[in-house]
Ligand binder design. Structure first.
Ligand SMILES: NC(=O)c1ccc[n+]([C@@H]2O[C@H](COP(=O)([O-])OP(=O)(O)OC[C@H]3O[C@@H](n4cnc5c(N)ncnc54)[C@H](O)[C@@H]3O)[C@@H](O)[C@H]2O)c1
Length: 371
């Protein structure tokens, strides 16, 4: 299955495929060897392998080499937890303390869900987290708790990668936004979760690793000219990714920056903030209990009706029905849980080198990964 949103590519190489359980054990072992507690290693590894299973290789195990570099550089701090700075009715503010984003974002999400259950709404701000990964992972937890959720995230701690509409160079990170609506017994939740850039930079990395060109209209070279060469994002000076949806995606990127970081006392992107922190994600999450506005039953009935109506639109292409956000990830999960996760050769060799770098040893990593 083609990962959702992956740009059209050419000359795609044949990729090795790994079963997810052994891959999970191998990645957990790398994280343990880097100094993470067993619990932290499990949370981060689960998140990354699930991202691969859901088709988002950009946020999967291919992040490990970068995480290990950031641990070595001292900008990703191990075994950290959120520090609650403020709790005022439905409002929460927490410092992620530069810790593994998957750990601290899950911690604030747990608190936000409890707060929304109590107050009907939660407005939860997390700043100073290392990479929180796939934002949908936190939205899925809110939806599973029967809540509607909105998440605005900025990406800082390093120089910009995304050009504003009409600009020639990067002025933002890929600033993702996620919105979710809970499912019910018959219908799965709706999980809308995307970067405000045309594609996540991780997807450009995947294209570079596979040595393929990206689709036209995604990238600018360092002089602001259109290019299809993914390498421009990994050279100095860097190129830039364009925002999706022209001025509208740019507007959303701007608000992900303002709500995700300015409002959460996080790191925004301008150079008055440090650019030597590896990655810093800040996130504003707004959780709403539908029962506190109208009723859960009414909301679920209307969501069902809207989804049925939308999906009944005659498909533009035969055999490709209209989908609702969250469906491509579930389809990928079903497929990859059965058939395994394809890993490109460059990602694979970087992972083996990362395992060696933290003293796990290539042979042990391979033994675990190959089950
Ligand atoms: N932590 C960070 O700093 C950071 C930064 C950027 C992106 N991300 C994550 O990267 C991941 C990938 O982002 P992306 O922009 O590449 O995603 P994408 O372009 O693949 O879009 C994914 C969203 O679109 C929906 N979708 C896909 N195809 C669809 C179709 N045919 N019909 C209806 N809906 C469809 C999916 O269900 C999903 O909600 C996300 O999980 C995002 O949170 C994280």
């Amino acid at each position: 299955v083609t990962p959702p949103g992956l740009p059209a590519t050419e000359n795609e190489q044949e990729m090795p495929t790994l079963r997810h359980q052994p891959l999970l054990r191998a990645v957990t072992a790398v994280l343990r060897a880097s100094g993470s507690s067993a619990r932290e290693a499990k949370i981060v590894a689960d998140h990354l392998v699930t991202a691969n299973l859901k088709g988002h290789d950009s946020h999967g195990v291919g992040m490990i080499p970068q995480y290990m570099r950031h641990v070595a550089d001292g900008v990703l701090r191990l075994n950290r937890h959120i520090k609650l700075l403020r709790k005022d009715g439905p409002f929460l503010l927490a410092d992620g303390q530069g810790g593994h984003g998957q750990v601290v974002a899950n911690e604030i999400t747990t608190r936000a869900i409890a707060t929304a259950r109590r107050h009907g709404i939660a407005v939860a701000a997390l700043n100073n987290a290392h990479h929180i990964g796939r934002v949908g992972a936190y939205g899925e937890r809110c939806a599973a708790a029967g809540l509607v959720s909105l998440h605005f995230v900025n990406v800082a701690g390093h120089g910009p990668t995304v050009a504003p509409f009409g600009g020639r160079d990067g002025r933002f990170g890929t600033n993702p936004i996620c919105m979710t609506a809970p499912g019910n017994g018959r219908r799965a939740p709706i999980i809308l979760d995307f970067a405000t850039s045309k594609v996540a930079v991780g997807k450009i990395r995947v294209a570079r690793n596979k040595a393929v060109r990206v689709a036209a209209g995604l990238l600018l070279d360092p002089r602001g000219r259109p290019t299809r060469d993914p390498a421009v994002m990994f050279a100095e000076p860097k190129g830039a990714v364009l925002t999706f949806g022209e001025h509208k995606g740019y507007g959303l990127a701007l608000f992900a920056e303002l709500l995700g970081a300015a409002l959460t006392a996080g790191h925004t992107i301008p150079p008055h903030q440090p650019w030597n922190l590896g990655i810093r994600n800040s996130m504003l999450s707004i959780l709403i209990d539908p029962d506190r506005i109208s009723s859960r039953r009414h909301f679920a009935r209307e969501v069902d009706a809207v989804v049925r109506y939308v999906k009944a639109s005659p498909p533009m292409q035969r055999g490709r029905p209209v989908l609702v956000a969250g469906e491509p990830e579930r389809a990928s999960l079903a497929e990859r849980a059965r058939r395994g996760i394809p890993i490109d050769a460059t990602t694979w060799s970087e992972l083996c080198a990362a395992a060696e770098g933290v003293g796990l040893g290539r042979a042990e990593f391979l033994r675990l990964a190959e089950g």
